[in-house]
Write a protein that binds this ligand. Structure first.
Ligand code: ADP
Ligand code: MG
Length: 707
């Protein structure tokens, strides 16, 4: 960040836009502090305005000690009764405080210096704030915040709740609060700050942005904390509404711009696709056929298709994509297929080669690991149109990849890519202003209103039917204490010629730790299952090793594959019919569903064992029960939402939803219809205002993705 203090003097304070003013413009914010703030994404005044408190402390009143209740934070005022220092296990300071209610509270400190300890003299007046808990002798507060009072000092009463902000590394909580306070002093008057049409606000009974921010940073004491905790307070809804609206507008604008740019209509006779269908060992399901028809209709138009295909794991999205690709190739154009992991991209490569190469189509591979001469050759083939279908990973988006006539971009498992990331591929399109058709596929079932919001720039098709002959996967939750039985089950299954996955999960977000853990599980299983051919797969392995392992498993050479969640998306080995998921209680339902989707792909009855470490919390038990009871991704997604507490964001990784600062598209789902309506109105009546909203909330990302 260019947090140079010199800049300060030159920044013209345009009032209406003052939210964009850098934090360095605040008194006392030097380059060092600005840098720490920037590291946390707090670069402008507006960033500080939107850095909302995590919780509040109520110092608006003083509670009698006798009225304290465990777990309910409070402020008390009293006199020091007695002081005790101990060293039994570790240094400890205990200060007994009593007040007029004739009750006593113990303050307990584990970290303190001598000067601090010396302050507590019997008889001194003290005010402190903390959460009482049951102690050995009545209630106690551990490390409360406190202040010793002079005898003539009056009682401490604030008229607003004190905010406690999400921490920023290197800045103390008090300094941070002060800083946000200073930023709030610069809040422009309500009418200058306001971007939402008054009619909308009034209809929903929501405050102005200025009032909402002031209330959220310093709520009055009578505010309902329950509403706050649930994100239901009008001030919170007000911010969420504006943010959702801005994101929605941003996506809608992208869509309008894209549509305007035009595309090459693709309407070949359809011979290639027909030949491909002939070669398939199965007939398309009705749902696949319907979605393919929708795609053909889209692609025949002179404006770009922007279509999302949603279909549960195993519903057969890949073949629909291949048919669309065949059409583009027959029309003399190129196709790019991008997958989020190399493993999945490689599997698509295999499928597309088997399906299309016998029909004379050239399928080219381009991933990050393709290097040197092979890369140069691939790039040359792509640039000269010899490569008709190009399959790969993010590598496809790199600048030096130039297509001769790209007409169709297919993005698989789009939730693994950023919302704006997938849009980058369209720049690889045809010459002039035309852009390629886009087909985006996802297995993430999200409720309809949400989909409308998350994919406002896309039309949605749903493959809502499974290929015939699938036997539902039987799921059981089993305690890790019964690991021996589970191992026995694998032995029996493999003896019958079946194949199995053993999935290791870890919370640590480190490939290395994960690799170690999966390695030791692998060794352990090898020892317990001698004679079984076991493979190992994790993110730390070289791509060639992964590929080989996968190929051996697919060929049936390996009977058991011990893997991390790298196999989560797309992996398709129909003969694998048993899956063990270790520490299943740690994973989200969406992820469990994806993983489980790796089995149940063949005619064989499949099962999935969710192994958990006891004891299970009530919530974890319910979640595993949902998995056991249902195999339908949409049902699971709905239940998942029910079981989630408010504020527990459905991660970007799971849904492909944009990440929000304030809004939680799940919690705030009720606002979405209003958001859609308002967006419609604004785009028609006041596009400039729409621009300002997008600028405020989406800023740089929109500029990048905008046309
Ligand atoms: P996903 O939608 O999860 O990407 P895939 O495209 O990997 O699913 O398909 C899963 C499996 O189902 C593949 O082995 C595929 O060949 C097979 N399949 C797809 N469509 C049909 C169909 N209509 N009938 C039978 N099997 C099918
Ligand atoms: Mg797939």
């Amino acid at each position: 960040m260019a947090g140079s203090p010199r800049r300060r003097t030159t920044a013209t304070p345009v009032l209406a836009a003052s939210g964009a003013e850098p934090v360095a413009g605040l008194p006392g914010v030097g380059p060092k502090l600005a840098e720490k703030l920037a590291a946390r994404g707090l670069a402008s005044l507006q960033d500080l305005w939107l850095h909302l408190p995590r919780r509040y402390e109520d110092r608006t009143r003083v509670s009698p000690i006798a009225d304290l209740a465990p777990g309910r934070p409070a402020q008390i005022e009293g006199r020091v009764e007695a002081v005790e220092r101990g060293f039994r296990y570790r240094p400890m300071l205990r200060v007994a405080v009593s007040d007029d209610s004739r009750a006593t509270l113990v303050l307990r400190f584990f970290h303190f210096n001598r000067a601090q300890a010396a302050q507590f003299l019997p008889g001194r007046r003290i005010v402190c704030y903390g959460e009482p808990r049951p102690g050995q002798r009545g209630l106690e507060m551990i490390h409360p915040s406190y202040r010793l009072l002079a005898d003539d000092e009056g009682p401490v009463r604030r008229d607003r709740l004190d905010p406690v902000y999400p921490a920023v590394e290197g800045i103390g909580p008090a300094s941070l609060a002060k800083l946000v306070g200073k930023a709030l002093e610069r809040l422009p008057p309500a009418e200058e700050l306001e971007l939402l049409p008054a009619g909308l606000r009034e209809r929903l009974g929501l405050p102005t942005l200025r009032d909402a921010l002031l209330t959220l940073h310093r709520p009055p004491p009578d505010v309902s904390m329950a509403d706050f905790a649930m994100g239901r307070h009008p001030s919170q809804r007000r911010l969420a509404l504006e943010e959702l609206l801005a994101h929605h507008l941003s996506l809608r604008r992208q869509r309008i711009a894209l549509r305007r740019s035009g595309a090459m209509p693709v309407r070949p006779p359809g011979k290639l696709a027909a030949a491909l269908r002939q070669r398939l060992a199965f007939a398309l399901t009705g749902a696949q056929q319907r979605v393919f028809d929708e795609i053909c209709r889209d692609m025949a138009r002179p404006e770009p298709m922007l279509r999302l295909v949603q279909g549960d794991v195993g519903s057969g999205k890949t073949v629909v994509a291949a048919l669309a690709a065949a059409n583009a190739v027959e029309a003399g154009r190129q196709v790019a297929l991008m997958a989020p992991t190399e493993l999945l991209a490689e599997q698509h490569l295999g499928n597309f080669r088997v399906w299309l190469e016998p029909l004379g189509v050239r399928v080219t591979w381009l991933a990050g690991k393709v290097a040197g001469r092979a890369r140069a050759a691939a790039l040359d083939d792509i640039a000269h149109g010899r490569a008709q279908v190009v399959v790969g990973t993010h590598a496809l988006m790199q600048e030096n990849v130039a297509f001769a006539s790209l007409a169709l971009v297919i993005v698989d498992e789009q939730h693994r890519f950023g919302v704006h990331q997938r849009l980058a591929l369209r720049d690889k399109g045809l010459a002039g202003s035309q852009v390629p058709h886009q087909l985006v596929m996802t297995a993430t079932p999200i409720p309809r209103t949400l989909a409308m919001s998350a994919y406002a720039d896309l039309d949605v098709s749903v493959i809502d039917q499974m290929p015939p002959g699938r036997t539902p996967v039987t799921t059981a939750a089993v305690s890790a204490e019964r690991r021996g039985e589970v191992v026995e089950r694998i032995r029996a299954a493999c003896a019958e010629g079946r194949q199995a996955y053993w999935v290791c999960t870890l919370i640590e977000d480190s490939d290395e730790v994960e690799a170690q853990a999966v390695q030791s599980t692998f060794e352990q299983l090898q020892a317990q299952l001698p004679g079984l051919r076991i493979g190992l797969l994790h993110g730390r392995m070289k791509p060639a090793e992964k590929q080989e392992m996968m190929a051996r498993f697919k060929a049936g050479e390996l009977q058991l594959l011990v893997a991390t969640t790298v196999i989560e998306v797309g992996v398709d080995v129909p003969n694998a019919s048993l899956m063990i998921i270790e520490n299943a209680e740690r994973l989200g339902l969406a992820q469990l569903h994806q993983l489980r989707g790796r089995v149940g792909r063949g005619a064989e009855a499949s099962s999935c064992v969710l192994m958990y470490k006891p004891p299970l919390s009530q919530m974890a038990r319910e979640r595993l029960e949902v998995m056991r009871a249902s195999g339908d991704g949409f049902v699971i997604a709905e239940k998942d939402l029910d079981l989630r507490g408010p504020g527990e964001l459905l991660g970007t990784r799971q849904t492909g939803l944009a990440s929000f600062r304030i809004a939680d598209p799940i919690r705030d789902a009720a606002l979405l219809p209003e958001v859609h309506r308002a967006a419609e109105g604004l785009l028609a009546s006041d596009p400039r205002l729409a621009d300002r909203l997008v600028e405020r909330w989406v800023g740089g990302a929109a500029r990048y993705a905008g046309a």
